[in-house]
Design a protein around this ligand. Structure first.
Ligand code: CP3
Length: 338
């Protein structure tokens, strides 16, 4: 399997490629289904979740499928009110310590998130065996951000105020989230995920000492509970590379701000890297897009261990044919490896 071989740093005949948020609104087939069904319909029914997960694989030569779900859904199991609106997710955040104390500090993935488990089982049967099936979760710190912020405030001032005014409560929530997300990812592995991605999207708002206190140990605990290889993502990892490798993931998923070659130089451990085209570079004309892909692959170099992806999720205004050009360019570049 190209993707697993790459995670294990074994040589492959070409670079594996998949796209964060590949089952999303840039796809006409997704938008068409969305006219009939809500986001929650997709997330609550195995047959729909499977159908949506497979949409991008029908259209493109992708090397992985990612199960359709959302990192925020486990927050509902804690008793938080969450809805998916046109503008994005809306969470009713707890305002006081009393509100937090009323949350449910129990999470059993098998019984509380049966749809994601059922979807993974079904997807593993339906996708070709050379393609990887990916599970995912939000890292504890990033889950804490959404839990306390609700709708994200400017500079994430709400969560940063909680960290300073009541670190004890933050640690209590993070401790719970670390065990919960660890169990969640391992349940996904048992249901058929070949590898998992842990999204710590917002961890880069923290300085090094706060990252060490509020993000790193909890993300590490999640990863240590998972029995399949894992990929760890931070949007803006550049300020945290040296620390992020201590999370213990097989791969770091790098955003577009740091060239992969530079990332490799800064990471002392030998890990795979995933990424990292700027999602908006998919709007470039075909020839320039090809150049950008070549630059990214050349920056990593010919060594094994590069999973091609974007530096963050694909956005709705990307033309569908650009995704084909992106993948074709990766394949074309990969000929240097043969
Ligand atoms: O295709 C895939 O990657 C699998 C499914 C997936 C979704 N969300 C579906 C989704 C995954 C892996 C996610 C991860 C996710 N969700 C993250 C971490 C990655 C990142 O982007 O940093 C975060 C922070 C979320 C929370 C979230 N969910 C946001 C901020 C939004 C709104 C923005 C947007 O892109 O629409 C969502 C909604 C969402 N999650 C959609 C999809 C396909 C769009 C919903 C719709 O159909 O209206």
């Amino acid at each position: 399997m190209l993707l697993l071989d790459t995670l294990e740093l074994n040589p492959t005949p070409r670079r594996p490629v998949w796209i964060m948020r590949q089952a999303g609104r840039y796809l006409a087939s997704y938008r068409k289904l969305r006219e009939k069904y809500s986001f929650d319909d997709f997330a609550n029914q195995v047959d729909l979740a499977v159908q949506v997960s497979l949409l991008p694989l029908k259209q493109y030569e992708l090397d992985a499928a990612i199960v359709f779900s959302d990192i925020l859904l486990p927050l509902r199991c804690m008793g938080l009110k969450l809805s998916f609106e046109e503008t994005g997710p809306v969470i009713v955040a707890p305002k006081t310590l009393e509100d937090i104390n009323k949350l449910k500090f129990e999470f059993d993935p098998e019984t509380q998130t049966p749809v994601i488990m059922g979807s993974l089982k079904e997807l593993r049967k339906q996708i070709p065996k050379e393609k990887a099936l990916l599970g995912f979760a939000g890292a504890p710190f990033t889950m804490l951000v959404y839990l306390l912020e609700g709708e994200l405030s400017k500079d994430l001032g709400v969560v940063r105020t909680w960290l300073r005014k009541d670190p004890k409560t933050c640690h209590r929530l993070l401790d719970f989230l670390a065990n919960a997300m660890g169990n969640y990812l391992d349940a996904q592995a048992r249901a058929g995920a070949d590898a998992v991605q842990l999204f710590d999207t917002w961890a880069s708002i923290l300085g090094p000492a706060d990252y060490e206190e509020f993000a790193l140990p909890y993300a590490r605990r999640v990863i240590s509970q998972v029995t399949v290889p894992s990929v760890y993502y931070i949007n803006g990892m550049g300020s945290l590379f040296e620390q992020a490798q201590a999370v213990g993931a097989q791969a770091l998923s790098v955003d577009w701000r740091t060239p992969l070659g530079e990332a490799r130089n800064r990471i002392s451990q030998v890990v795979a890297l995933q990424g990292n085209l700027d999602p908006y570079h998919l709007l470039l004309p075909r020839a320039q897009l090809r150049e950008a892909v070549f630059e990214m692959c050349n920056s990593y170099g010919k060594d094994p261990g590069h999973i091609v992806n974007l530096g963050h999720g694909i956005v709705p205004n990307i033309p569908e044919e650009s995704v084909s050009y992106f993948i074709e360019s990766v394949h074309e570049w990969s000929q240097v490896l043969a």
